[in-house]
Design a protein around this ligand. Structure first.
Ligand SMILES: Cc1cc2nc3c(=O)[nH]c(=O)nc-3n(C[C@H](O)[C@H](O)[C@H](O)COP(=O)(O)O)c2cc1C
Length: 453
């Protein structure tokens, strides 16, 4: 008789924290249980047994798995005990694979099963950054210990360290649970994202100013803004809002108010990232209080909150293969833009953002030397001259490459002699057009409901 391996999927809970049956969560077009079963079969597991509570919603039709029904209200160990009782005699190994870990890949299951056959190994589990996770593979003999009254999976792992082997995994989902709605959103994002890390993505940033006309699905736009708003927020005030402009006429009007930047009209989406005290004003009103709209601190908090959301949004978009460009020109005519977008009192557009599939390939701008930004224990001004020299050299090198390889920037040649310092001096070292353009900003913000005293 050949020896078989069975995966046991405890999926009998109500998913109360998730607010949904976890087995049936949609993970980028497939339910969690479909994904998990496919993973097991791809790893050579002979049979998958899904433990469901009596009365649970049916699993997807045609799922290549056996269902075992248990009474409602039990713990995971009760599901495992029931599965143990139902094991066929030829089963030599089991993989306990909670549905929470549906994003674990077949490679991990394969590695666990390969480890389990090593001499002396009774249990194999994955380790993510030193933390044990799921699924857990074990011999039938070890699994039999679950039948003892009161035993839980953890006891089996802790009882005898000598029989436990670990398999290092780079997949955070071996450790992370699908417990809360936010975990579900993170899982969906992970499945849509590119396979490089967040930090690698940050280093790859470039502003894009030309886009393909393809519209972006509403579900993607929702996901990006939803994820972006998980940025930290001052005292939990969440003083921001986002207007997503897709209508061509409306985008053209936005572009007109943002110094006519063509990429605003061209991009399928223009986001207006707003500092927004409207909801806090309404909250104050509900409780018989008046918003202290004159507070400079509150203006700053709302502006910082909106900026953090905006940066998160750009990073999220980039992680899904889109391009974006922030649009500070949204502060050229704050009152007109607020009126166009129908913003309530106490809201202004801190900056806009074009988003879409990129149609350009800009030369990365790089940044000034790190010594100008990162100081250890105390600010070090001694390096300033070296930093400015480095920033100048970086700017000139970028200009040279942009002219040579892209025929200039936005259709025009860039000066290859001007460095960063000279450009800054021209922008902010006198009464430049740049300074003049924003002279009325404070008055406009006051009229929009930010006192800034
Ligand atoms: C708040 C903010 C406003 C910006 N406004 C504009 C803008 O109106 N138009 C534009 O083309 N780029 C704008 N940018 C993009 C910057 O020009 C760009 O980030 C900078 O030159 C560095 O280039 P990189 O993003 O490609 O690394 C803005 C960036 C920020 C952070």
């Amino acid at each position: 008789m050949s020896e078989r391996t069975v995966a046991i999927v405890p999926a009998a809970g109500r998913g109360e924290r998730m607010g949904a049956d976890k087995a049936l969560l949609d993970l980028a077009g497939r339910t969690a249980i479909e994904r998990l079963v496919a993973t097991c079969l791809a790893a050579g597991v002979d049979e998958v047994v899904v433990v469901r509570r009596d009365g649970a919603a049916p699993l997807p039709a045609g799922l290549p798995a056996r269902t075992l029904v248990v009474p409602p209200g039990g713990e995971m160990a009760d599901s495992l005990r029931a599965a143990h009782g139902a094991l066929a005699p030829d089963v030599a190994a089991v993989v306990v694979f909670p549905v929470d870990h549906a994003l674990v890949e077949a490679e991990t299951v394969l590695a666990l099963l390969a480890t389990l056959v090593q001499p002396g190994c009774g249990i194999a589990l994955p380790l993510f950054r030193g933390r044990p996770g799921h699924p857990v593979a074990m011999t039938r003999e070890v699994f039999a210990e679950i039948a003892q009254s009161g035993a839980v999976l953890r006891d089996l792992v802790r009882r005898d360290a000598a029989r436990v082997r670990v398999v290092a995994s780079a997949n955070p989902w071996v450790h992370a649970d699908l417990d809360h709605p936010e975990d579900h959103r993170a899982a969906v994002c992970a499945l849509h994202g590119e396979p490089w890390s967040t930090v690698a993505q940050m280093f790859r940033h470039r502003s894009h100013r030309a886009y393909r006309p393809d519209p972006l699905p509403q579900s993607q736009l929702e996901r990006l803004v939803d994820a972006a708003r998980y940025a930290s927020t001052s005292s939990f005030i969440q003083a921001y809002s986002v207007v997503c402009v897709r209508d061509q006429q409306q985008k053209a009007q936005c572009a007109r108010l943002c110094s006519g930047q063509a990429h605003i009209t061209q991009a399928p989406v223009f986001f207006a990232i707003c500092a927004d005290l409207h909801k806090i004003a309404a909250a104050c009103g509900r409780h018989g209080a008046a918003l202290q709209a004159q507070s400079f601190e509150l203006f700053l908090q709302a502006t910082v909150d909106a900026s953090l959301l905006g940066q998160n949004l750009q990073l999220a978009a980039e992680a899904e293969g889109l391009g974006a460009c922030m649009i500070g020109a949204a502060r050229n005519h704050p009152e007109q833009l607020a009126a166009l977008l129908g913003l309530p009192k106490h809201a202004y557009v801190v900056f806009g953002m074009t988003v879409g599939l990129p149609a350009d390939d800009p030369i990365p701008r790089g940044r000034m030397p790190l010594a100008g930004v990162l100081h250890w224990d105390r600010y070090d001004t001694a390096s300033t001259d070296v930093v400015l020299d480095g920033a100048d050299a970086g700017m000139r090198a970028w200009s040279k490459r942009t002219n040579a390889e892209r025929g200039g920037y936005q259709g025009k040649p860039v000066s290859e002699t001007k460095g960063w310092a000279e450009r800054m001096a021209a922008m902010w070292g006198g009464d430049s057009s740049y300074v003049a353009a924003r002279k009325v900003l404070v008055d406009e913000l006051r009229r929009l409901g930010f006192g800034i005293e």
